[in-house]
Design a protein around this ligand. Sequence first.
Ligand SMILES: [Zn+2]
Length: 323
Amino acid sequence: MREISDGVYQLEVPMRYNPLGYTYSYLLRDAATLIDTGVGTREALESLSRQLRRAGIELSEIRHLVVTHLHGDHIGLMEQIRRISGAKIVAHRRAVEIQRERLEDGGRIFEETKNELRLLGGGSYMNFLSGFGDRVRRKRSVFEIDETVEDGDLLSLEGEEIRVHLTPGHAQEHICLHDEKRHILFSGDHVLPKITPHISLHDPWGGDPLREYLQALDKIHGLPVKTVYPAHEHSFDDLDGRISELKIHHKMRCEEMKEAMRGGAGTVYEISSKVSWDSRPWPRMDFWTKRMAAAECLAHLVFMRNNGEIHEESRKGVLHYSL
Ligand SMILES: [Zn+2]
């Protein structure tokens, strides 16, 4: 825990089974507001509670919980803290829609995953997947959102004011929060100093998240920000410089995928197997990691397809991409 500005604290919430190690939760003490909570474990709750006390506030005194996006390492303790404190949960309007969809389609996830594998050329894993049967479900928690915000809103929190920027890409509902008075940006997972956020797509007609992501980078470029406080890794000062690096990264990834298509058309799984991955080489990835890698590859392919840079065609129900 450290005080990063007058009355603003960075709390390190441990996340044992994730290589990132922790999620930062941010406390605006005078507004009794927490931005993100970390994972939903007892260890995380105890740690958060201890750190809050050291910052001069009890968990039960929290009045507002702001969600940057609906991933487990950010919202894990939302419901529990609300129960303890009666705090109001604030998120972008899209978060409400996404939670509703999750409630409705939870049971269809197995069929959808099978279709996705077929379409993207991962059919060889079908037997493996079938072994999981009904256990393949969305396990994310769904909770009531008390107050929604829109892009550009100035969120008023008992004396503190925070500007909301909708920044989709890593998650459709992702928001960055700009403390304009202190020149601080709480960037969630949208901009991290070292790693590039996972941009994924499971359905080739389900939107263009990479385009949205790049546009959302442009959107926060040039904001008067002295320091960026992300949800992982560490704080940094050069927001615009990091945005340029991220844009170059995705451009290079697109080039690498085009290179992989030089020998002819390929399925998403074939192209994924030919490009480099930070985690480990393709042959050593387990199925679930391969599926994440393929989803990241598809996000880039759909971006290029929509630009008219590459072609997409269906051969016997399997999509092939070519130059
Ligand atoms: Zn995260």
